[in-house]
Design a protein around this ligand. Sequence first.
Ligand code: F6P
Length: 372
Amino acid sequence: MNKCIGILTAGGDSPGINAAIRSVGRALERENIHLLGFRDGFEGIAFDKCEYLNQNTYSGILTKGGTILGTSRNKPHKMPVGKKIIDMTDAIVDTYKRRQLEGLICIGGGGTHKSALRLLEQGLNVITMPKTIDNDLAGTDNSIGYDTAIQIATNAIDSLHSTASSHKRIIILEVMGHRAGWLTLASGVAGGADVIMIPEIPYDLEKVAEAITRRSRQGKRFSIVPVAEGAMPVAMAKRYHELLQKKDQASSRGDRDKVKAELDQLWQEHTGHSMRIARELETLTGLESRVTILGHLQRGGFPSAADRLLATRLGVVCAENIFKGNYGKMMSVQGENIVPVAIDSVAGRVKYVPLDDLLVKAARDTDTCLGD
Ligand code: F6P
C-alpha cells in the first residue's frame, strides 16, 4: 500500500499557502506518497473531514490566495462542538491511526505550532511549515504570506500620500501584526511613513505630535502614520508587561487563567485605539486627521512572487524531510536556507522586533519618528 501523509492549514490564512500545498504534494507524489487534505484546520482531523489531493488539485493553485483546504483557529484541546468546548486530542489521534497516516503536515503560525507540539507529544509524526503575515513566529526569519502583506500595506501607504497631501491631513493607517510590529515597521519604512508606531516601542503621543508639528513648520503638508494593531501607549505597555510576567510566574492553572482574562480585558479596551490616536493628535497638533483600517485586505488576494518562491522551497524541503522520516520539525527559513528545527524549540515563543533591529535604526536614521 502506498504511504499517506495528512495535511492541514490552521490559523489565519496567508497568501502562498496553496503554493506550499502544491509544492509538497507534487514532490511527495514523485515518490508515490499520497496526501490526505483535512478541511478547516485541526477541526478536519478531529472530525475526519478530508479528501485525497492529486495532480488535478494542484493545477492552478500556485497563484491562488487563501487556502484550498480551509482553515480555522480551533485547537485540538479546545474544539467547539455544538455549544460545548471539547478536548478532541484523542479523536485526532484516532483519525490519524485509522487513516494509517505516516505523518501530518501542519501549515500555520504561532497557535498552530502550539497545537502541533501537543500532537507530537501524543506520538504523531508532525512536520510544519511557517505561515503568518505577522512574521512573529520564533525560529524562522520569514513566513509564508509576510511579503505579500508588506506589499499590500506599502501600496496603501503610497496611495494615502496623495490624498493626505491634498487635504493637509494626518492619516493613521492601522496595520495588522497581532502583538508584533514587523508588518507595520516594514511597510512603514518601504512606504516612507513619517511616524511608525509598533508594540515593541511604547508610544508617547506628545512626542508624536511634536514630530508632526515639526514637519508642518518645515512646510510639509501631511503626515502618514502606520500604527500596528498592537501598538500601545507607555502606561498600557507597563501594565501589559506586568501581566505577562505574572502569567509566566503563575503557580496554578487557575491563577494563569485569571491573568489571561485580565490580558484579554486589556486588549478589549484597546479596540478602536487608532480612532483615539487620531482624535488626540487632532487636539495636540490642530491638524485634521483620518483613519484607514486595512484589516483583512492584508491577507487577501494572490501571493507575491517572493511568497510563491518561499512556499515552493518550503514545500520541497518539507517533502525531503518526510522522505528521511525527520519529523517533529518546523521548516525554518534561515537567510537563503531552509533548515529543519525542533517544533518544541519554537512553539509558544513569539518573535518580536528587537529594538536593535537594523530596520528600527533605518527608520530612525531616515527621520522617522517611532513614537518614543
Ligand atoms: O495572525 C494573523 C492575523 O492576521 C493578525 O495580524 C490579526 O490580529 C488576526 O490574524 C486577525 O484574525 P481574524 O482573521 O481571526 O480576525
